[in-house]
Design a protein around this ligand. Structure first.
Ligand code: NAD
Length: 485
C-alpha cells in the first residue's frame, strides 16, 4: 500500500501545522482507489494562524529589495528542478496523471514561474512623470498585501506556483488553499520555499473544502484573491471579493474551439486535437473540445484520428509508457459518463472510446464523437474529461461565428497554411489565449487567461505583475503653493 502521508496537513508561518479537529480530507490514488494519506481541513484556528502569519510577515518581505526576493524564488526553482522526479511522483499519486506528463509539465512549470518572476522581481519600478514648472510626479509600484490563492485539482503545483511566484515577487504574502482533491504538492512547494530562504509567514498552505476557501476570501485582511476553478465557483468568489472591493483574478472553465481548415497539415492537426482533448485525461481548462473540421478534410481527419487513438496506452500512471491515466476521482468519471450518455441520446455518433476498461481506479477510454451539432449538451457544457466533439463546417465566416457561440472564452486554436486567414481568425476569436497551428502551449513568458465567463485577469508574463501590485501616484511640487484667498 502506498503511503504519501505528509508531516502535517497545513504549512503555516514556516512550519507544518496539524489540527485533527478539522474535517477528514482523505487523499485517494485515482489509479487504484486506495487512500494514500489522511489530512484534515483547516479549522478556524488554522485559518486564523495562517492569515495572522501572512499579515505579520508582509511589511518586512515587501521592504526587502526585489533582487533579494527574486534570489529566494530562483533558489526555490533550482530545488524544484533538482527534486523533479520525487515531486512528479507525488503529483501522479495525487492526480493520477501519467508520470511521462508530470515529469515535464508540473514541477518544471512551477520552476519556470519562479525563475521568471524571480528574475523580474528586481526590475519592478514605478515611473517618473515630468510636469510644467519643474513639478513632477512619480509612481510607486506597491504590493497589495495578503493574497489568497485557491487551486483546482488538475495542475496542483503549477497552479500554486503560477499564483505565488508573481505575488511574492511583488512583495505580497500568500495563503494558498489547494483543491481538496489534490492537497499534497503545495505542501512540498511550501517546504522548498522555506529551504530556499523564504521568511516564515510569506507563503502558507491551508487545506480544506469550499468553506475554507470562502472563509479566506471574505476575511478583511485579504487584499486579493486568485482562483483557479469552475465558473460557478468563480461567480461566488468574485462576488465575495467585490463586496469588499478586493482585487481578483479568475482562471475559470472553458469550452474552447479548435478550427481545422481543409489546407491544414493533417498529421499536425490530428496531433493537436489529441493534445487538446486527451492530455491529462482531458482535465485541462483550455482544452479545445469543440473541434470544427472543414468539410473537405473532415472524413480523412476522423479516420486518421480514430486510427491514432488506438495507440493510446491506458494503465499504471507510474509506468513511463502510459499515456492516459485515470480521471481524478470516481465522481469526475461519473460526470463524464453522464455526458457521454447524453451525447448518444442527443444523436451524436460515438466513433471510439467512452467505455470503462477492466482496470482498477477511475479509468475511462478517450471518447470521440462525430456528427455533433452546436446545440448538443456535449458541445455546450464543459465536460472536463477525455471527450472530443467533432463538428463539420463549410466556410470561414461560419466557423468563426460558431466558434464564438459560447458563454466561455478561455482559449481557441486554428489550423491552416493560409497565414492571412490564421490571423483573421485569431483576431475574431472571443478568447483570452489563442494558438495558430498548435494547441495548449502555455510558456510562462506568454500571458494566460480568459475572456467572457472564463475569467478576468492574466497569469504568467509581465501582465501578471499588474494583477499583484498597485500604483501609488505622488505629485511633487517644486514651487510655492497658491490659494484663491
Ligand atoms: P471547483 O470550482 O470545484 O473548485 C476550485 C477550488 O475552489 C477548490 O479549491 C475548491 O475547494 C474551491 N472552492 C469551492 N467553493 C468555494 C467557495 N465558495 N469559495 C472559495 N473557494 C471555493 O473546480 P475544480 O473542480 O477543482 O476544477 C475544475 C475547474 O477548474 C474546471 O472548470 C476547469 O476548467 C477549471 N480550471 C481553470 C483553469 C484556468 O487556468 N483557467 C485551470 C485549471 C482548471
Amino acid at each position: 500500500m502506498i503511503n504519501a502521508q505528509p508531516h502535517a496537513s497545513h504549512f503555516v508561518n514556516g512550519v507544518p501545522l496539524e489540527d485533527a479537529n478539522g474535517a477528514a480530507l482523505p487523499v485517494i490514488y485515482p489509479a487504484t482507489g486506495d487512500t494514500i494519506a489522511e489530512l484534515h481541513a483547516a479549522t478556524p484556528a488554522v485559518i486564523e494562524a495562517a492569515l495572522f502569519a501572512a499579515e505579520a510577515a508582509q511589511a518586512e518581505w515587501a521592504a526587502m529589495s526585489g533582487t533579494e526576493r527574486g534570489r529566494i524564488l530562483r533558489r526555490a526553482a533550482d530545488l524544484l528542478r533538482r527534486r523533479n522526479q520525487a515531486l512528479s511522483e507525488i503529483e501522479t499519486l495525487d492526480t493520477g496523471k501519467p508520470i511521462q506528463e508530470t515529469l515535464v509539465a508540473d514541477a518544471t512549470s512551477a520552476a519556470d514561474a519562479l525563475e521568471y518572476f524571480g528574475g523580474l522581481a528586481g526590475s519592478l519600478t514605478g515611473e517618473h512623470i515630468q510636469l510644467p514648472g519643474g513639478d513632477f510626479a512619480y509612481t510607486r509600484r506597491e504590493a497589495l498585501g495578503v493574497c489568497v490563492g485557491i487551486g483546482a485539482w488538475n495542475y496542483p503545483i503549477q497552479i500554486a506556483a503560477w499564483k505565488s511566484a508573481p505575488a511574492l515577487a511583488c512583495g505580497n504574502t500568500m495563503v494558498f488553499k489547494p483543491s481538496e482533491t489534490t492537497p499534497l504538492s503545495a505542501l512540498k512547494l511550501a517546504e522548498i520555499f522555506f529551504e530556499a530562504g523564504l521568511p516564515p509567514g510569506v507563503f502558507n498552505v491551508v487545506q480544506g473544502y469550499g468553506d475554507v476557501g470562502a472563509a479566506l476570501v471574505t476575511d478583511p485582511r485579504v487584499a486579493k484573491v486568485s482562483l483557479t476553478g469552475s465558473v460557478p465557483t468563480g461567480k461566488k468568489v468574485y462576488a465575495a471579493a467585490a463586496a469588499q472591493m478586493k482585487h481578483a483574478t479568475m482562471e475559470l472553465g472553458g469550452k474552447s474551439p479548435l478550427v481545422i481548415f481543409d489546407d491544414a497539415d493533417l498529421e499536425s492537426a490530428v496531433s493537436a486535437a489529441i493534445n487538446a482533448n486527451f492530455y491529462s485525461t482531458g482535465q485541462v481548462c483550455s482544452n479545445g473540445t469543440r473541434v470544427f473540421v472543414q468539410a473537405g478534410i473532415h472524413d480523412a481527419f476522423v479516420k486518421r484520428l480514430s486510427d491514432r487513438m488506438q495507440n493510446a496506452r491506458l494503465g499504471d500512471p507510474m509506468d513511463p509508457e502510459t499515456t492516459i491515466g485515470p480521471m481524478v476521482s470516481a465522481r469526475q468519471r461519473e460526470i463524464v459518463e453522464g455526458f457521454i450518455a447524453k451525447g448518444k441520446d442527443e444523436g451524436a455518433t460515438l466513433v471510439a472510446g467512452g467505455t470503462i476498461p477492466d482496470l482498477p481506479g477511475f479509468f475511462i477510454t478517450p471518447a470521440l464523437f462525430t456528427g455533433v451539432t452546436d446545440d448538443m449538451t456535449i458541445a455546450r457544457d464543459e465536460i472536463f474529461g477525455p471527450v472530443m466533439s467533432v463538428l463539420r463546417f463549410e466556410t470561414e465566416d461560419e466557423a468563426l461565428r460558431r466558434a464564438n457561440d459560447t458563454e466561455f472564452g478561455l482559449a481557441a486554436g486554428v489550423f491552416t497554411r493560409d497565414l492571412a486567414r490564421a490571423h483573421r481568425m485569431v483576431a475574431g476569436f472571443e478568447a483570452g489565449t489563442c494558438w495558430i497551428n498548435t494547441y495548449n502551449l502555455t510558456p510562462v513568458e506568454m500571458p494566460f487567461g480568459g475572456a467572457k465567463m472564463s475569467g478576468i485577469g492574466r497569469e504568467n508574463s509581465r501582465a501578471a505583475i499588474e494583477h499583484y501590485s498597485q500604483l501609488k501616484s505622488v505629485y511633487v511640487a517644486m514651487n510655492p503653493t497658491e490659494a484663491p484667498f
